[in-house]
Design a protein around this ligand. Structure first.
Ligand code: BTN
Length: 233
């Protein structure tokens, strides 16, 4: 542990307990450890300025150089909510908008600027908690084989703590919102909506989200509902 401080952020809702680090292996892994040790509380937030073993979706490495925001939110839950991922994507997009940047969401929860990935979300569960891991490129953008990347500082100078403060408020707001509102906002922000995208190597039209949170695609006259596959835009 290189540096450690705890502080409480007051929001309109419950207070967050913030643990912040200069460098850590992975905020996500620390969240799992806290839960396993019985030390996690609802709305514990772990943030770091760098990670030595950052993890992404599909077992990918999340390259975590110094100067970006790496954060894991721990929430106590009653049951799993597959729609949470959309609320989180909207919260990240709205955080960027509040700094004057125009993002889009790539299904399910990547956030892009000018078609390049600026933020990713990894949602994991442990016991009766959900861990929402978010990486936002601020000062550096790693080179990744699978997609292009960008960073906030290509558009605006921002303070990492300010980004985190806005993000906490936006996540509170969108986690608490009715799914019909989240869905509408998500579709508003979606990259490739009503356009042709690639799905399993074939072309399909991206129609949006249905009321259950499935992604709706159209291949000719056939509608496809998917919850877990990757698409290319
Ligand atoms: C993705 O693959 O798009 C998701 C990336 C999630 C990265 C974040 S950074 C903070 C948290 N800690 C990790 O090790 N991963 C997540």
């Amino acid at each position: 542990m290189i540096s450690f401080k705890t502080k409480t952020e007051n929001t309109e809702l419950d207070a967050y307990k913030l643990l912040s680090f200069d460098k850590i292996s992975s905020t996500q892994d620390l969240a799992h450890d806290l839960i396993a040790r019985g030390e996690a509380t609802n709305k514990t937030v772990i943030m770091a300025l760098a990670q030595s073993a950052g993890r992404g979706r599909y077992r990918r490495t999340w390259v975590s150089h110094h100067g970006n925001l790496y954060v894991s939110f721990i929430y106590r839950i009653g049951e799993r909510d597959p729609k949470l991922s959309y609320a989180v994507a909207v919260a990240i997009a709205e955080t960027l908008i509040s700094f004057g940047i125009t993002p889009q969401i790539k299904w399910p929860n990547d956030v892009l600027i000018d078609g390049k990935k600026i933020s990713g979300v990894l949602i994991e569960y442990s016991q009766n908690f959900v861990i929402v891991g978010i990486g936002i490129n601020i000062k550096t953008c790693p080179t990744v084989k699978e997609y292009k990347t960008t960073k906030i500082n290509n558009y605006k100078d921002v303070d990492i703590q300010d980004v985190l403060n806005v993000l906490m408020k936006k996540i509170d707001k969108w986690r608490g919102a009715n799914f019909s509102i989240v869905r509408e906002r998500w579709m508003n922000l979606a990259a490739g909506l009503n356009k042709t995208i690639q799905y399993h190597g074939k072309e399909a039209e991206l129609m949006g989200l249905n009321e259950d949170g499935a992604l709706v695609l159209r291949e000719g006259s056939r509608y496809i509902l998917t919850y877990g596959d990757e698409i290319s835009i």
